[in-house]
Design a protein. Structure first.
Length: 215
């Protein structure tokens, strides 16, 4: 009989034993989930700190790179800069992988270490463009690490929410239902034992009376 159905369990000793075992399992699962929740919280704190550091390392050089890009725009003009941009590859080589964190598969990103050649000549350009290109390439790993950390935060937070829902279900629904069922069966069996005792006592008295009459 399922506790979740809301119906009273069968008041038998076998059912009492079964529910007691189920309660033990539920308590064990509850402890495991609490431990998992604590680990997830610690990992979340670590990854949030890591994401903050990655963003800090990203924004300053990225802002500096855009400053040099603005200077390049002023020096070479929009037409030259746009023609150079058209020759620049629109994609970069990124290696993806996964790593487990608290049984959660988290994607990782790594930019290829292969050195990319410049796609423009030095004639008609400015040294600020070279600096911009170099700084943009240097900031890309920080962008990847920030994206990786924020994605990990999202996945850990989602798993934490799921774990907390299971803990709440055990604490407020499943475990109380098992305890109520155990209490109901135990009290019913005790009442039956009292009734059986009274019946046996009454039967014994009748038998003793009949014995006295025959004597």
């Amino acid at each position: 009989m399922s506790i979740a159905s809301g119906r009273r369990p069968l008041p038998t000793k076998i059912e009492l034993i079964r529910i007691k075992k189920s309660l033990q399992v539920a308590n064990s699962v509850h402890k495991i989930l609490e431990d998992k929740r604590d680990v997830l919280l610690r990992k979340l704190d670590e990854i949030i700190e890591e994401a903050t550091m990655s963003r800090d390392k990203m924004w300053e050089p990225l802002s500096e790179a855009y400053r040099f890009l603005y200077n390049t725009y002023l020096k070479v003009g929009p037409t030259t800069l746009e023609s150079i941009a058209m020759t620049t590859p629109s994609q970069i080589d990124v290696t993806t992988d996964v790593k487990p964190i608290v049984d959660i598969q988290v994607p990782t990103l790594k930019i290829s270490e292969k050195k990319s050649e410049l796609t423009y000549g030095f004639a008609g350009t400015s040294s600020s463009l070279d600096t911009t290109t170099m700084m943009m390439r240097q900031v890309l790993p920080h962008i990847c690490r920030a994206a990786e950390a924020e994605n990990t935060i999202f996945r850990l937070a989602k798993e934490l929410e799921k774990t907390q829902r299971l803990i709440n279900a055990l604490e407020y629904v499943i475990i109380p239902s098992y305890k109520d069922s155990i209490k109901f069966i135990a009290s019913t069996l005790e009442e039956r034992e009292r009734e059986d005792f009274v019946k046996l006592k009454h039967l014994k008295a009748i038998m003793e009376q009949r014995k006295e009459v025959t004597l």
